[in-house]
Design a protein around this ligand. Structure first.
Ligand code: FES
Length: 111
């Protein structure tokens, strides 16, 4: 299993991007939970962020695509507003072992 990062690499209520084996992934921590998504907007199939590690909307509530503003729920990845409403970010399966986030498999992009 591939180590994506350590838990302490991402602060609570924050999100960071990681590149691994050519895949761009987002690790989000919120309310004690950890989420890992493929950094790939379901609208046009491009990365969500323009700036490094900038994934939240202004209120720090939703993940936001910088391209056209789509908003995604942190816990489900579901797009609730924007051009891809009803679609979702793709989740990556992982386990946390010894403080490390380990990917169970390398997720595929949507396209
Ligand atoms: S590419 Fe993400 S909202 Fe358009």
């Amino acid at each position: 299993m591939t180590i994506l990062c350590r838990l302490e690499d991402v602060a609570e209520d924050d999100a960071r991007g990681f590149e691994i084996d050519g895949h761009s992934l987002i690790v989000v921590r919120r309310d004690g939970a950890v989420y890992v998504y493929v950094n790939w907007c379901p609208h046009l199939g491009i990365e969500l962020n323009f700036q490094e590690d900038e994934f939240f909307d202004l209120e720090n509530h939703y993940l936001q695509c910088a391209n056209h503003g789509a908003l995604f729920e942190v816990d489900s990845g579901l797009c609730v507003l924007g051009p891809c409403k009803g679609n979702a970010l793709r989740k990556a399966e992982f386990v946390i072992e010894g403080g490390a986030i380990r990917l169970l498999s390398m997720p595929q992009r949507l396209r």
